[in-house]
Ligand binder design. Structure first.
Ligand code: PLP
Length: 504
């Protein structure tokens, strides 16, 4: 007997994974393959690779354009998989990316920031946004994140700061690019920023590379699209569990971002042989997030809370997290990030990270002068979390029984502050600077010239120079001070900062 249900009772399709299922059905059924790739499902592969990856990974390593996977009556399993991902995130459209969220930033810049147009971007946006402007020819203006000089940590952008930046930006702005959460798990007031951007008639793009789990548990910040963003990036591989290099680009139904324009630029940047394993992992990760995410996140959040309490009891260690919410640039936080301020131990984060590796083979996501940062996955194995506080305490005891730090870090170190007035605009577009003829000159001779390099000190991870910016004496002396204080310079062709590449 067949029953018909009113539409609202039809079960959602989230428990299915149509692309994964179609790839598996074709890959494992023993079809004769007279198509690429040349390893022919593994039979023709190097035996060492076969035993390293296992048979199935090679059987499922399929090309594009296979009947029943991404060819055939629409919606194909591939199209259905992207639609399910869009539904899960409350988006109008989703694209699976096989070159990370970086590819998504490139695609959005190409779609929104054509030659000579202007976008407003958070100063410490990921390098892929500037790279996207190198590709597109757009011109950036900048909005500064809030900054904590003690911890050497940049937070999010305040809506008021965004408003001021929009007011002082000349001409029309095509889009605002913000980052939330930060590498340290601090979430921006996206609703407030969306209101500001929309009142100025500008779409808001949120690089949520680190927050692909946001919105899937009541104790996490909401997903940017639900808070009013018009497009977002989710580096699903970082927390949610798809394979490294896979990510999603999601556009809301607000109509402020042209879906067809994004579709063209995603296509432009995509290989004609996207990796089926990466895309199948996105379909699977979306299913796990939509169906079991809340429970998995709940278990991880509870275990993390216990670990936090145990770490807080270790002399010299403090957690950076929930108590920061409400400070400038921080509207929420991610409990899946354990940010440990270790200055009270007299050690730097770098030293603690090295000691953890040497004594317990523990590898953390990030170490800074002041902190050690652990990233948890949505389905984090709880045992490793339970062990961590013990292993950290023992590591610190080992260091102190071997004489302790030779040069203890003062508890209230204030790191060199980035120049307050990092330029608001570049002198020439990042594209002109990147593609122009350049030469390496001694840094003191670079003052007054235009940089072709992006240079960021870690900490604080805020780019001090970007391609197309005028090099000032203040910037040079700040970067020299950072090096002298032991920070590393990212992006600099000469990491010692003796020379800098500038436009001829
Ligand atoms: C804020 C932000 N956006 C984008 C990216 C790029 O992501 P992917 O490595 O997936 O290309 C990163 C990488 O760490 C990031 O931190």
């Amino acid at each position: 007997m067949s029953e018909t249900f009113p539409e609202q009772y039809v079960p959602a399709q989230q428990p299915t994974a149509p692309y994964l299922e179609a790839v598996t059905a074709y890959g494992l059924r023993g079809s004769t393959r007279f198509h690429v790739p040349g390893h022919k499902g593994g039979a023709g592969a190097d035996p060492g690779l076969r035993s390293a990856l296992g048979e199935n990974a090679l059987l499922l390593d399929l090309p594009q354009d296979i009947q029943g996977i991404d060819v055939g009556p629409s919606p194909t399993p591939y199209e259905r998989a992207e639609t399910l991902a869009a539904d899960a995130y409350g988006a109008a459209r989703c694209w699976f990316l096989t070159n990370g969220a970086s590819q998504g930033n490139h695609a959005l810049c190409l779609a929104l920031a054509g030659p000579g147009t202007r976008v407003l971007m958070q100063r410490n946006s990921h390098a892929s946004v500037i790279d996207g402007l190198v590709l597109s020819g757009g011109r950036p203006s900048f909005v500064a994140p809030e900054y904590d000089p003690e911890l050497g940590m940049a937070h999010g952008v305040e809506p008021r700061a965004l408003e001021r930046a929009l007011q002082r930006t000349p001409g029309s702005v095509e889009a605002v690019f913000l980052v939330s959460p930060t590498y340290f798990g601090m979430a921006t007031d996206i609703a407030g920023c969306a209101e500001v951007a929309h009142s100025a008639g500008v779409p808001l793009i949120v690089d949520c590379a680190w927050g692909s789990h946001f919105g899937f548990h009541a104790e996490l910040p909401g997903s940017p699209l639900a808070l009013g963003a018009d497009a977002m990036l989710a580096s699903t591989h970082k927390i949610v569990g798809s394979l490294t290099q896979s990510a999603m680009l999601l556009v809301s139904g607000s109509g402020r971002v042209d879906v067809d324009a994004v579709a063209r630029t995603v296509r432009l940047l995509r290989s004609t042989s996207p990796n089926a394993l990466l895309m199948a992992s996105l379909d699977a990760a979306r299913r796990q997030l939509a169906v079991h995410g809340e429970l998995l996140l709940d278990r991880t959040i509870r275990a993390a809370a216990q670990t936090r309490a145990a770490i807080a009891a270790i002399p010299g260690c403090e957690l950076v997290g929930e108590q920061f919410v409400g400070r400038p640039g921080i509207a929420g936080w991610d409990p899946l990030r354990l940010v440990i301020d270790v200055r009270g131990t007299g050690l730097t984060g770098y030293q603690v990270s090295n000691a953890l590796r040497a004594s317990y083979d523990i590898h953390v996501e990030l170490a800074t002068h002041a902190t050690v940062v652990l990233v948890l996955g949505m389905g984090q194995p709880v045992e490793s979390l339970e062990r961590f506080a013990h292993d950290l305490a023992e590591t610190l005891k080992l260091v102190s029984s071997s004489g302790g730090p030779s040069n203890p870090v003062p508890k209230r170190t204030v790191l060199t502050q980035p120049p307050v007035d990092l330029g608001h605009e570049t002198a020439v577009s990042p594209r002109e600077a990147f593609l122009g003829r350049s030469e390496a000159v001694a840094v003191q001779d670079a003052v007054g010239r235009i940089s072709t390099e992006a240079v960021a000190g870690y900490p604080p991870g805020v780019p001090t120079l970007l391609p197309g910016e005028l090099v000032t004496a203040e910037v040079v002396s700040y970067l020299r001070e950072l090096i002298a204080a032991g920070a590393r310079l990212h992006g600099a062709a000469d990491p010692t900062f003796s020379t800098l590449r500038v436009l001829v």
